[in-house]
Design a protein around this ligand. Structure first.
Ligand SMILES: Cc1cc2nc3c(=O)[nH]c(=O)nc-3n(C[C@H](O)[C@H](O)[C@H](O)COP(=O)(O)O)c2cc1C
Length: 380
């Protein structure tokens, strides 16, 4: 078991141990971040789900709620997604002027066809000049706030962009880069290429590189650091229905494997209740909180003997009392099952990448991207 010698610096923020909750649309809202922070003892960095810059500058009501932080959350990290340099600049300046965050992360990793079809998401870094213009506006607008970026390896194996994008990021004053070791074409399929993370680390020694992809347990995080030399890890799907992974990540980096947490179903049920309750408080409506929580139920119960009837009932619950009543019918003394370990969440991939006509012809042309590429996005 190794420990990391140097803390991760994201501008003025020290992240020790260097563990970051990956932004996940529809998941990493304030309640989920609170849960993860509670399990980590407040250590680590917890990034908001992606916020589109146009919706932000238009002060869309839902977007304004998404950038709400718990009073105890420090540093406040907002992830932005935008395709137009001017709008990105405006959104960043709005965040700074209104003191809405302490760190801004930019998302260039979304593989969803309806976004890449318009040249947005993970298709965008292929247009080097557009990427540069967005980063330049963001860094200029951010002032003292650190700006980081998160990206994939490229569009597919024949159109890799991460090394060029990394160099551009350094030149434009980006503070750190997170690399998800997959291409757009892979979506969430196959395995993340950690060698690419090592290559990026060698390519941009000037700034921290964070590795992302396929960390399912705390040992995976240590192994990623060991094998790639990355400065920190970004953990996404491994935390779905398992916020206590943040306890284990911190314990692993601090050399305390004896403190890893394998909860019984009773403890899992208590966390489920708390998660649903926090969602209700955040939304301001218990029923809507419990309804939003439904998407997490299968992840929390993965591997436990629950029965399909009970799973169905839990999937249509709409009050905390109902949730508690169902959970109390379970055999709560069940130990953490081995089958709950390993991959969870989206794991499919190898889709055809849909791009705008002629997109791959010239990586350096100065074409812009229609702002429609910001609509209907669902993450990275
Ligand atoms: C449900 C879901 C939503 C996501 N939303 C975002 C997002 O808003 N922004 C982003 O940069 N990546 C997003 N991602 C990608 C993750 O941040 C991460 O890069 C990816 O899941 C790989 O890491 P993992 O193997 O640890 O899950 C999302 C992933 C999932 C599964």
């Amino acid at each position: 078991m190794t420990t990391l010698p140097t803390p991760l610096a994201i501008g003025p923020h020290t992240v020790q141990p260097p563990v970051v909750l990956a932004p996940m649309a529809g998941i990493t809202n304030a309640p989920f971040r609170t849960l993860c922070r509670e399990f980590s003892g407040g250590k680590g960095l917890f990034v908001s789900e992606m916020i589109t810059t146009r919706a932000l500058v238009e002060r869309n009501e839902k977007t304004m709620q998404l950038i709400h932080f718990d009073a105890t959350e420090k540093p406040r990290s907002i992830q932005l997604y935008g395709v137009d340099p001017a709008t990105v600049g405006k959104a960043v300046r709005m965040i700074v002027e209104e003191d809405r965050a302490d760190h801004i992360d930019l998302n260039f990793g979304c593989p969803v066809p309806k976004v890449t079809r318009k040249g947005g998401g993970s298709a965008l870094p292929y247009k080097r000049n557009l990427l540069r213009a967005i980063l330049r506006e963001a860094v200029a607008g951010a002032g003292e706030l650190p700006v980081t970026m998160k990206m994939r390896k490229g569009i597919d194996d024949d159109h890799l962009t991460y090394l060029d994008a990394g160099r551009i990021a350094v030149e434009e004053g980006v503070t750190a880069i997170a690399l998800h070791g997959r291409t757009t074409a892979q979506h969430y399929g196959g395995t993340a290429d950690w060698e690419a993370i090592a290559r990026l680390k060698e390519h941009v020694p000037e700034i921290p590189v964070l590795g992302n992809g396929d960390i399912w347990c705390a040992e995976d995080a240590l192994r990623m650091v060991r094998e790639t030399g990355c400065d920190g890890v970004v953990v996404g799907r491994g935390c779905l229905g398992r916020p206590w992974l943040f306890n284990d990540l911190v314990a692993a980096f601090e050399g305390r494997p004896q403190d890893f947490h394998e909860p019984t179903l009773r403890e899992v049920a208590a966390t489920m209740h708390r998660h649903a309750q926090l969602l209700g408080e955040w939304i301001g409506d218990e029923a809507r909180g419990v309804i939003d929580f439904r998407k997490h139920v299968a992840w929390y119960l993965k591997g436990f003997a629950v029965g399909s009837e009970m799973r169905k009932k839990l999937a249509v619950t709409s009050s905390l009392a109902e949730l508690d009543a169902h959970l109390s019918e379970l055999d709560l003394d069940q130990a953490w099952p081995d089958s709950a370990d390993g991959p969870r969440g989206r794991t499919s991939g190898n889709n055809r990448v849909v791009l705008p006509e002629g997109w791959l012809k010239d990586p350096y042309d100065c074409a812009g991207v229609s702002e429609d590429a910001e609509l209907d996005t669902s993450g990275g």
